[in-house]
Design a protein around this ligand. Structure first.
Ligand SMILES: C[S@@+](CC[C@H](N)C(=O)[O-])C[C@H]1O[C@@H](n2cnc3c(N)ncnc32)[C@H](O)[C@@H]1O
Length: 285
């Protein structure tokens, strides 16, 4: 599991660094290129899928678990006029960015989801690629994965009103990498860029969610994530001189290597991406 120090390695480098190569709202997850070639529009389309999967309406009270720099919070109140939106992140830098945006009807907390005690219940939940931080490779080897994923779905269930829908997006482990070079790069990314993290397998999600949440829909978007990473890398490379000058050569080298690994990982099917629409099982527990 990624603790607060691990999350700081992944997200607290400098908000201005990420602003250079992410889309304008700073989504740091797979975009949806169904109807566009433009990254800003594709990220908006992804947030639209999550909005639909969580059955959000303008009257909703929404929780975003692992809300990043606030892209989805901003989308919900600006583009969808949602009544009440709350986000949680474990990153101090991300929380500072959300506060800086001064979004109406939005509150955000910098807190570990396991310590989160909302005073209200939510009628829509969205969580976009946060679950990858819940279980490390070591947790998986030591048999702790199932309990960690179950804890996440149980807490989300407790925070939700009866009937709530949950829009969930997750990277998935897919084919087992065999080439030594691929294994080396995957290990390097999880040590250097996302310490404490590991993408789940679809069956991990299915079995952990099952007591609390019914899977209503699931679709994969492997090539969308390949494309998103390629777009991020192109933007990073366009800013190479600035990144090297402002943050040093090593940061550019590391992020270029990591994004190369992601593009290859999705292209070679070692990783995929899934979007899920879940509905609360009201007579659970
Ligand atoms: C890959 S980012 C995705 C951010 C955002 N959902 C997006 O689409 O850009 C993962 C997010 O999960 C958050 N996170 C990781 N572990 C967490 C934890 N234990 N409790 C709360 N948030 C956590 C990180 O702080 C980060 O905001």
């Amino acid at each position: 599991m990624s603790d607060k120090a691990d999350v700081a390695v992944s997200y607290d480098i400098d908000n201005e660094f990420f602003r250079l190569w992410l889309d304008k709202r700073m989504s740091y997850t797979c975009a949806v290129f169904d109807d566009t070639d433009d990254l800003d529009e594709a990220q908006q389309a992804k947030l639209g899928v999550m909005y639909d999967f969580a059955r959000v309406t303008s009257a909703s009270r929404v929780l975003d678990i692992g809300c990043g720099w606030g892209a989805n919070l901003e989308y919900l109140v600006h583009d969808r006029n949602v009544a009440e939106v709350h986000g949680i992140t474990l990153s101090e830098a991300q929380h500072a960015e959300i506060v800086r945006r001064g979004l109406p009807r939005v509150t955000a907390s910098c807190v570990d989801y396991a310590d989160y005690r909302p005073g209200v219940r939510f009628d829509a939940i969205i969580s976009i690629c946060m679950i990858e931080h819940l279980c490390s490779a070591e947790d998986f080897r030591e048999g702790r994965a199932a309990a960690k994923y179950a804890d996440y779905f149980r807490r989300a269930w407790e925070w939700a009103e009866p009937g709530t829908h949950f829009g969930l997006q997750t990277i998935l482990r897919d084919r087992v990498p065999r080439a030594r070079e691929d294994i080396r790069e995957i290990r390097w990314v999880s040590r250097k860029i996302f310490p404490g993290g590991l993408a789940p397998r679809p069956e991990d999600i299915m079995s952990a969610a099952a007591p609390y949440w019914e899977v209503k829909q699931m679709r994969t978007r492997r090539t969308d994530y390949q494309r998103t990473c390629a777009e991020w890398q192109a933007r990073l490379r366009r800013n190479e001189a600035l990144v090297r000058q402002r943050w040093g050569n090593q940061l550019f080298t590391d992020y270029d290597r990591y994004l190369t690994g992601c593009v290859n990982g999705f292209a070679r099917r070692h990783m995929s991406l899934a979007q899920w629409s879940l509905q609360r099982i009201d007579d659970a527990a």
